[in-house]
Design a binder for this molecule. Structure first.
Ligand SMILES: *Cc1c(COP(=O)(O)O)cnc(C)c1O
Length: 373
């Protein structure tokens, strides 16, 4: 990439072509429709641009957690099919129904609220969520018959349309996921007995969609994979034919030649052991760089790998670059596409004891996103 634009201290570049290619690749691999998951601001990549790229790559529907996320996309002009599945207690669904946002429904209360928001011309379009072992939301098995019967009654009245049924997997093991799939199929049987015929049936996110073909059903909900990251510990993006879309980088803000014994950053957790050059990187934990990666997080400067020296602070951290000819303004890449020599987001995740999902999603609002293709 080279240097950052003049006057820019830090940025995340978002390669929307990568998102588009990743969706196209995964769509071909799974052979069923793709619901592109763009919750949490598109895992930090920007919800609207991620949605547009995913649709261009062949996704036929979008998924988000919150209604507010769905409505923001609608206000931004996104008119593709769109489902939201995590609701506040007592949420009103009027605007969602009006704007054609499909609702994931996890309880009888939510079903009734959705029906109450419907009008004669516009039924609420629903995906019934069945709990199959994850222990989060979803209608529990003991209530499947009751909720399905009520949904069928409301559907006959024209208040709701049950377009979909779905669940979510734990990725604990193939056997655990197969057991959840079997439970889901039992739930579909209960729905059919109640007179429901949900056309969309979905249970797999990226992990199962790739690893467990029998979970692909009529469609899959893909999040992390469309951003080019792997949900597997033992398979890289490249192993999966994916390209990471986000590159997090900064411009060196200061360099300082220091003697041996110089303490670096809070607590002097790092001290130089010889005369050396310290480079200051203007990204900190306020920008989503995990403080847990102090002393270990990798960076690429001038084609060479270095590690964070000492503690990561709120706005900045230091790198000991030895005698490398690093200058103010030089590009520092924290993570991006490892096939280009950049550290992978997964390396930062490992350094911080977390997962790559968190590394990209937590990139802070202070970091401007710049779209590239
Ligand atoms: C976030 C989420 C997904 C996407 O999961 P990935 O592992 O990122 O593919 C799918 N379904 C639900 C219900 C989710 O909350």
């Amino acid at each position: 990439m080279g240097r950052l634009p003049a006057g820019v201290m830090r940025e995340a570049t978002i390669d929307v072509g990568a998102i588009e290619d990743n969706v196209r690749h995964l769509r071909r691999l799974v052979g069923v429709d793709v619901i592109a998951v763009v919750k949490a601001d598109g895992y930090g990549h920007g919800a609207a641009r991620s949605a547009a790229a995913a649709l261009a790559g062949g996704a036929t529907r979008l998924g988000v957690a919150d209604l507010a996320e769905a409505l923001a996309l609608r206000r931004g002009g996104v008119d593709a099919p769109l489902v939201a599945w995590l609701h506040a207690p007592g949420a009103a669904f009027g605007e969602a129904v009006e704007r054609g946002v499909e609702l994931g429904i996890s309880s009888l209360d939510q079903l009734n609220a959705a029906a109450a928001a419907a009008t004669a011309e516009r039924p609420a379009i629903l995906h019934l969520k069945l709990e199959t072992g994850l222990g989060r939301n979803g209608v529990p098995p003991a209530e499947w018959a009751l909720v399905c019967a009520e949904a069928a009654r409301l559907e006959r009245l024209g208040r709701v349309r049950v377009l979909g049924a779905f669940s979510h997997l734990s990725n604990t093991s193939a056997d655990d996921d197969r057991a959840a799939l079997a439970a889901f199929e039992a739930g579909l049987g209960v729905a059919a007995s109640a007179g429901l015929a949900p056309r969309l049936r979905h249970i797999a996110a990226t992990h199962a969609a790739i690893a467990l073909p029998e979970t692909r059903l009529t469609c899959v909900r893909l999040g992390i994979g469309i951003y080019g990251l792997s949900p597997f510990e033992d398979r890289s993006s490249a192993d999966l034919g994916l390209r990471p879309a986000m590159t997090l980088r900064a411009a060196v803000a200061a360099v300082r030649r220091v003697p041996a014994g110089q303490g670096v950053s809070y607590g002097y957790a790092y001290r130089t052991d010889a005369e050396t050059t310290l480079a200051l990187v203007p990204l900190g934990y306020a920008d989503g760089v995990p403080r847990q990666a102090s002393g270990t997080g990798p960076v690429l400067i001038g084609g060479r790998r270095f590690r964070v020296a000492g503690r990561i602070a709120m706005d900045q951290f230091v790198v000991d670059v030895g005698d490398a000819p690093v200058a103010v303004g030089d590009e520092v890449v924290l993570f991006g596409d490892p096939t280009l020599g950049m550290p992978a987001a997964t390396e930062w995740a490992d350094a911080a004891g977390t997962i790559n999902y968190e590394i990209v999603t937590r990139v802070g609002a202070r970091v401007p996103r710049r779209q590239v293709s």
